[in-house]
Ligand binder design. Structure first.
Ligand code: ADP
Ligand code: MG
Length: 274
């Protein structure tokens, strides 16, 4: 059986749509019949909350415990700390204890690859593992990049920081060179696009012109809509909350793009084996 594709959803800026994208791309992939694990790697636990756990600090087992066991070389039960969501995805939740883990990592052996070791035994059970990253380029984000095959970068169209993106790409390249040679930027995703303004359209064009030759910019732009902002309190995805809306449409298109690219890659790998 094939192993999971691991994708980190990363941007060191907060509020760019990382968590919303993780949730809805993940559930979008599950709706297409894929086995999906979502991993909350942010001590703020927004993804955990959005998936129906409003008080993450009361969860008995989280990502922190799995990482601690890897650091201490202790065995982990296969299902330990994995929650299942009604829309067909699994979740390794986070809570505030993960911020202590970020500190503990500094002195751990193989500190950049603890998360990779956490995910290794789970790769056979899933088609996609999506990592929701925190808004920084610290140890937890480096761990996410070291564990991943692909990076998806949500960018809030109106607040593109070219400098921020440069810095992020430098970190990705450094992890690629030093720790994880297979790491690739899958694409930039424009989020919270306000299609009513010409400005948003200009930004969208500008980003495609500037980065389109070097990096893929997903064709699906995610529109700004209050419907998307509502879901974190509902514990369900946009597909359940507003299935006929434009945000659901956009995340469906993104899901198709991700699947098409994965299929292309698989064919390419098969061709190389022949
Ligand atoms: P990040 O994880 O990068 O911090 P979030 O996904 O949490 O970003 O999104 C930041 C805020 O914007 C949240 O309050 C979220 O509900 C809201 N939001 C996300 N996507 C959209 C969208 N397409 N339209 C409107 N609001 C959105
Ligand atoms: Mg977030």
């Amino acid at each position: 059986m094939s192993k999971a594709t691991i994708m980190a959803v990363v941007n060191q800026k907060g509020g760019t749509g990382k968590t919303t994208t993780c949730e809805n791309l993940g559930i979008g992939l599950a709706n297409e019949g894929k086995r999906v694990l979502l991993v909350d790697t942010d001590p703020q636990a927004s993804l955990t909350i959005a998936l129906g756990h409003p008080r993450p600090d009361e969860l008995p087992v989280t990502l922190t415990d799995r990482m601690a066991k890897v650091i201490q070389d202790q065995p982990v039960e296969p299902k330990e700390g994995i929650l299942s969501h009604e829309e067909g995805v699994d979740l390794i939740p986070a809570n505030i204890t993960l911020s202590g883990m970020e500190v503990a990592l500094v002195n751990a052996m193989s500190r950049e690859t603890i998360l990779r070791q956490v995910l290794e035994p789970l790769k056979n059970q899933y088609d996609f593992i999506l990592l929701d990253c925190m808004p920084s380029l610290g140890m937890l984000t480096v761990n996410a990049l070291a564990a991943s095959d692909q990076v998806l970068i949500p960018v809030q169209a109106n607040y593109l920081s070219a400098k921020g993106l440069e810095q992020l790409l430098q970190t990705v390249n450094k992890v690629k060179r030093q720790i994880n040679p297979k790491l690739k930027v899958e694409g930039i995703l424009l989020t919270m696009v306000d299609f009513r303004t010409n400005f948003a359209k200009e930004i969208s064009t500008l980003i495609r012109d500037t980065y389109g030759s070097k990096l893929k910019v997903f064709e699906a732009d995610i529109p700004r809509s209050v419907r998307a902002a509502e879901i974190s309190a509902e514990g369900v995805s946009i597909f359940k909350h507003d299935p006929g809306g434009k945000v659901a449409d956009a995340y469906r298109s993104l899901t198709k793009e991700v699947l098409t690219n994965a299929e292309k890659k698989r064919k390419h790998q098969l061709d190389q084996l022949r």
